[in-house]
Design a protein around this ligand. Structure first.
Ligand code: SF4
Length: 322
């Protein structure tokens, strides 16, 4: 990536380059929960999580996997004339089930026509070598592109405690290393405006993703659902949210420190409809994305501009001094 080309490594351009066309993610919704809600790790879940478990765009979880995929496929084919799809196991924690059940779910999706890849959303503490070995086999035997989407949200482990994630930074690093070892792609989800984080945390998020060789990132702005602990805290005035301009600054700062090879799947989340105390400063996600792009243009900056801190940055100048 350079200032002459796109200002950041956009997912749509990556898809076009790799597959020759846009590939759509078809959400799969499974009945399930999460160890951070059912008492295994904690009860109550992350303080921002509502009962939908981030599956608000999905079909009912009672519908079987091939039918969900076929229905969603029909919609995308009709609307966008699309031909290629990823199955996206999106809501809750999709590896929080027995290995046997996990295998059946993945194989059910892999058997649907036009599915060229599978994306599995999970927590860093819910993936292990056995699940990953199975996914590696599927990737090799069926020629599918496999990615694991890990919710991290922030590298600041104090904030991770504050939002009740139930894991720290170490579990995330462990999961990424195990995934990378099997040449499976990783997607990291981050929230850049958590009230307890500052710009230094945002820079560190970019650095950690870069040095671990993460393949994709998805950036979100925090939305506040009414019936959550975060919603209660917000209404009691227990924290302040940064402004939209500050969010735009944080995204740009993040991109500047990020390895230019990492593909950006999202610059801002869409958020669910209704029952919200706060979402995206009441602006549409695509307007925010456009503002970020415009400010990058104005500042003549780009992804990777400050990606200069790896491989012994401090000794780089020594040979020039001697
Ligand atoms: S890990 Fe995901 S599903 Fe579980 S409580 Fe947190 S946000 Fe909700």
């Amino acid at each position: 990536m350079s200032k002459e080309g796109n200002r950041y490594n956009e997912y749509s351009a990556y898809l076009k380059n790799k597959y020759g066309e846009k590939v759509y993610k078809l959400p799969v919704n499974l009945p399930g929960t999460c160890p951070n809600r059912d008492g295994t790790v904690s009860t109550g879940g992350c303080i921002f999580c509502d009962e939908e478990g981030a599956g608000f765009e999905c079909l009912p979880s009672t519908m079987d996997i091939p039918r969900q995929l076929e229905e969603n496929k029909g919609f995308f084919k009709k609307r966008f004339n699309s031909r290629l799809f990823f199955a996206y196991f999106q809501a809750f924690t999709n590896t929080y089930c027995s290995l046997d059940t996990f295998r059946k779910n993945i194989l059910a999706a892999a058997g649907v026509a036009d599915i060229i890849g599978i994306s599995v959303s999970t927590r860093p503490d819910c993936i292990d070598d056995a699940y990953l070995d199975f996914l590696k086999c599927i990737k090799e035997e069926k020629g599918l592109d496999i990615s694991i989407e890990l919710g991290l949200q922030t590298v600041n482990y104090h904030t991770l405690q504050k939002i009740n994630r139930g894991h720290s930074l170490a579990e995330y690093i462990d999961a990424v290393l195990r995934i990378k070892k099997r040449s499976i792609d990783t997607v990291t989800h981050l929230i850049l405006n958590l009230p307890w984080d500052n710009e230094t945390d945002v820079i560190e998020c970019a650095k950690v993703c870069s040095v671990l060789g993460v393949d994709f990132v998805k950036l979100h702005s925090l939305y506040i659902v009414k019936d959550t602990l975060l919603g209660q805290m917000y209404r009691k005035g227990e924290f302040d949210l940064i402004s939209l301009d500050e969010y735009i600054n944080r995204v740009i700062l993040f991109l500047e420190y990020l390895d230019p090879r990492i593909v950006i799947q999202r610059l801002v989340g869409k958020g669910p409809q209704g029952n919200l105390d706060f979402c995206n400063w009441s602006a549409s996600w695509w307007k925010i994305r456009r503002s970020i792009e415009e400010v990058m243009e104005e500042r003549d900056t780009w992804q990777g501009k400050k990606f200069n801190y790896t491989n012994g940055a401090a000794i780089r100048t020594i040979s020039q001094l001697e």
